[in-house]
Design a protein around this ligand. Structure first.
Ligand SMILES: Nc1ncnc2c1ncn2[C@@H]1O[C@H](COP(=O)(O)OP(=O)(O)OP(=O)(O)O)[C@@H](O)[C@H]1O
Length: 359
């Protein structure tokens, strides 16, 4: 899986720009705000049909313009694949593969396997549990289409159950039987999602730990664990047990929509007790484990985007990452860095072909 060329039209700060890439390593260097991350984001857009950094799609159209077009020419299984993501103000976003528009964007997910490592990943540590659930979901759904459908179904029923709880509260009424219909559906979808997440994490956690140890040279023990109400009991029983609480809150207080991941270092939460470098190492290990997982599932090396990865890491950790990239069978890499010299020095140590783009 290789991205050979990229064309941007009115994407963020770019008016019109074309790139022809190296098959292995591509570095974007330049001053703050020049657009290095925006190029990586355009590549991300070709894989996920959305920006990693700005969820409001129209804000990715260059200021003062009416549309953007991002076009990438990939080579996958020895075939050329042209992917175009475009958006015109007031119209629906479009994703095309070889000239044919997708009806459902979810059909495109997983076609271009890709992992991004960026300073914005810090949200995984500092934000609420939703960010961590989204991470699990996005990793699993890149290789499991059924999972995405179950999540969509679960969330639909959850919304209906919450609407019913609100209706009961507003009308000062209650009907256990109607609620039971939703409980049963949540039980069906919820238990499958729980099993998939549990099985995924059983595979993922050892990979993550191995990655962290490699980056940190076994400096400190880290721990990652899955937290879910469903470890206690089946969802139907939990929903019944919590009905008074749900009636008071007007929403569903238990279920897989409350799942979380615990991130620990030396037995303490990394959010409060990890240094900046340790937190960054943790996040890099998490994303490299995502890379390994997707590669094992799909048999394809995902494209790896490394946004500003070297900041805050000591020389040893930078060296470990470079060694990983050099020794292992990574696919194509895209790196952004403000320091042209640093990047060049680092990349020269890797025995791979490379191209540096000075923006
Ligand atoms: N819709 C848009 N239209 C025009 N410019 C935009 C748009 N969205 C973002 N930008 C501009 O893109 C620039 C940021 O680009 P980017 O994040 O790629 O910088 P960078 O080179 O990675 O910088 P840093 O080294 O600081 O991380 C900012 O100047 C911002 O104003």
């Amino acid at each position: 899986m290789v991205l050979n060329t990229l064309s941007l039209l009115n994407y963020k700060n770019f008016d019109s720009q074309d790139f022809t890439f190296d098959q292995k390593i591509n570095c974007f260097v330049g001053a703050n705000g020049i657009g290095k991350t925006n190029v990586l984001d355009a590549i991300y857009n070709l894989s996920f049909g959305k920006s990693y950094f700005n969820p409001i799609a129209t804000q990715n159209i260059r200021h003062g313009e009416e549309f953007f077009v991002v076009e990438g020419l990939f080579e996958k299984d020895e075939r050329d694949e042209k992917i175009i993501v475009s958006l015109k103000k007031g119209q629906k976003k479009m994703i095309k593969r070889n000239g044919k528009a997708y009806d459902k964007f979810s059909d495109h997910i997983g076609f271009i396997p890709l992992v991004i490592i960026s300073p914005a990943d810090r949200d995984l540590i500092i934000e609420g549990s939703e960010t961590r659930r989204k991470f699990i979901d996005s990793v699993i759904s890149q290789s499991d289409k059924n999972y995405l459908n179950q999540l969509i179904n679960y969330n639909k029923v959850l919304q209906q159950r919450n609407a019913l709880l609100k209706y009961f509260a507003l009308n000062n009424t209650f009907n256990a039987q109607t609620l039971e219909v939703y409980n049963e559906q949540l039980q069906v979808y919820g238990s499958e999602i729980f099993s998939t997440r549990k099985a995924f994490l059983e595979t993922f956690i050892p990979i993550f730990k191995a990655r962290y140890n490699a980056i940190s040279n076994q400096q400190e023990p880290v721990h990652l664990s899955y937290k879910s109400d469903l470890f206690e009991d089946d969802l139907n029983s939990l929903l019944k047990l919590n009905i008074n609480k749900d009636k008071a809150l007007h929403y569903t207080s238990v279920g897989i929509h409350k799942d979380d991941l615990n991130f620990e270092i030396d037995g303490f939460p990394i959010k409060k007790f990890g240094s900046q470098g340790q937190q960054k190492s943790f996040l890099i290990a998490l994303k490299l484990a995502q890379f390994d997982f997707i590669k094992a599932q799909s048999g394809v090396s995902p494209i790896l985007l490394l946004d500003d990865i070297f900041d805050k890491l000591d020389e040893n950790r930078v060296a470990q990452i470079i060694e990983l990239v050099d020794n292992e069978n990574f696919g194509q890499l895209f790196i952004s860095d403000t320091h042209a010299d640093r990047t060049e020095n680092i990349i020269k140590q890797v025995h791979q072909s490379y191209k540096i783009f000075k923006l």
